[in-house]
Design a protein around this ligand. Structure first.
Ligand code: ZN
Length: 135
């Protein structure tokens, strides 16, 4: 059974560190050793793992991705949010994280980021845990 984590966003494009919220779910569910899938069920958002020490990294990532894929570039899609669809596919909608003794195994400078590309909206992240049955 998946757990649904609500993620409200506040800006058109935004990276939100959801590492602590994910850790809280892992602890609450008693997930100990295995593989956690973090899945974003949206077509204009994504999830990525990157530096959580200097907030300028997220600023620079959004700055550059918005330059590479401009909001308006003569796209045909009637909703007018093709840039967000493209960014979603480039970043990807899932990550897998090893869990050991209930702790997310992330590198020292890594955080899990929800990436909003067409906000602000009420978003969700799905979490699913695959228990390690071999030691
Ligand atoms: Zn669309």
């Amino acid at each position: 059974m998946k757990v649904i984590l609500p993620v409200p966003t506040a800006q058109r494009t935004q990276m939100i560190d959801i590492s602590h919220e994910i850790s809280r779910v892992v602890q609450k569910e008693g997930w100990q050793n295995g593989l956690l899938t973090v899945f974003v069920p949206h077509t204009t958002a994504a999830v990525t793992i990157n530096e959580n020490a200097d907030p300028d990294v997220q600023r620079d990532m959004l700055y550059e991705i918005n330059k590479v894929i401009p909001f308006d570039d003569g796209f045909h899609h009637f909703e007018g949010n093709s840039a967000a669809h493209i960014k979603s596919s480039l970043f990807g909608v899932s990550e897998q994280i090893i869990v050991e003794e209930g702790v997310l195994q992330l590198g020292t400078w890594q955080g899990v980021y929800f990436c909003e590309f067409d906000g602000p909206r009420q978003r969700k992240v799905w979490l699913s845990f695959l228990k390690n049955t071999v030691s």
